[in-house]
Design a protein around this ligand. Structure first.
Ligand code: SF4
Length: 333
């Protein structure tokens, strides 16, 4: 049995991260400072991540997936909802508590330059989180950085180099080393391979998988491309205009996508077998503005299966099979 399908059959222990009905709404102000609307970047999103599991989060640019990742770390403050890390209410933490809690959850960014200071040597950049959290002495920090360099495929001589001396894929591996410095249990990977060539993407994904196997880390892996998450995710959530419209085990979601939006995303993924055929679902129109989301189902302006009720009534989340949740009127019965 494939390891990914174990998620369907084994009873899962208590989640490492539980997110429930999380919202992040950005007020939009007029030139006079009055609030004239809200962008619902994240709207009522719920999901769990278990220890050692990878939860893939996919959707088009601007659907709110990166805001969701940042809200969990409170890099942006959520508007409402709940998020628990090992039972601790993340949204209830004071600034001081939050600082210590961030040791357990780290982030890998799309552009590794965001986390690697171009003026600082690589060794310093990897040690920096240890320094900020006052972990170990100078020698211990250096040993940790050397060991992390080896873990991500470099040698100790790279310790003294600067970020510009590395390629994009190498910098991303260094970004992973830095994210590992504090020994986190969860890493939020925000489009970590989107800016890389396909051949380099698989190297970075393989590294993330090796690290997960060795250290039992969990990932929230954010991507706009379903084919990227296919190889790493145990479960997948699909976001559209701030809402999680479908989620389920990766294998089941790829074998039988439920939501019309997931069907369209999947139909764009190339099939390795050239003889196999898949019906292409082409969406019409652009993703609507999150400032003026459509009434009823947020996807109704682009859905090939739209019904009259979809234009007025918001579909409820429904479990259609164990671990498979979808938000669409086609499953109302
Ligand atoms: Fe399409 Fe209606 Fe389902 Fe929305 S609720 S995805 S518009 S069928």
């Amino acid at each position: 049995m494939n390891s990914k399908s174990l998620v369907e059959s084994k009873p899962l222990p208590l989640p490492l991260l539980q997110v429930s009905n999380l919202n992040k709404h950005f007020p939009v102000r007029s030139s006079f400072g009055r609030t004239k609307g809200q962008v619902k970047a994240v709207n009522g999103v719920s999901f769990d991540i278990h220890t050692g599991e990878t939860f893939g989060l996919v959707g088009e640019s601007g659907c709110g997936k990166s805001t969701l990742g940042r809200s969990i770390l409170r890099l942006v403050e959520p508007t409402s909802g709940e998020a628990f890390y090992e039972g601790t209410d993340i949204l209830g933490l004071s600034k001081k508590e939050l600082r210590s809690y961030r040791q357990h959850m780290q982030m890998v960014f799309q552009d590794p330059y965001t986390s690697l200071d171009p003026r600082k040597r690589i060794g310093y950049s990897i040690e920096e989180p240890l320094l900020i959290h006052k972990k170990g002495n100078k020698r211990a920090r250096m040993e940790t950085a050397m060991s992390l360099l080896r873990k991500v495929g470099f040698s100790e001589e790279h310790y003294e180099r600067f970020p510009h001396e590395f390629s994009g894929g190498q910098r991303q591996r260094l970004g992973i080393a830095k994210a590992l410095a504090l020994g986190p249990k969860l890493i939020i990977c925000d489009e970590p391979v989107s800016a890389l060539d396909v051949s380099i993407q698989s190297q970075v994904i393989n590294l993330l998988e090796e690290v997960q196997k060795e250290l039992g880390i969990s990932y929230l892996f954010i991507a706009h491309d379903l084919s990227v998450v296919r190889h790493i995710a145990d479960r997948i959530g699909v976001m559209y205009l701030g809402e999680m419209v479908e989620q389920g085990p990766a294998e089941a979601l790829f074998a039988d996508p439920l939501h019309p939006y997931t069907k369209s995303l999947l139909s764009a993924v190339p099939i390795p077998n050239p003889r196999a055929k898949r019906e292409r679902v082409i969406l019409s129109g652009e993703i609507p503005s999150p400032l003026h989301p459509p009434a009823g189902c947020v996807f109704h302006t682009r859905c090939p299966y739209v019904m009259e009720s979809c234009r007025q009534v918001v579909p409820q989340k429904r479990f259609v099979a164990p671990n498979r949740e979808v938000q669409c009127h086609l499953y109302d019965e």
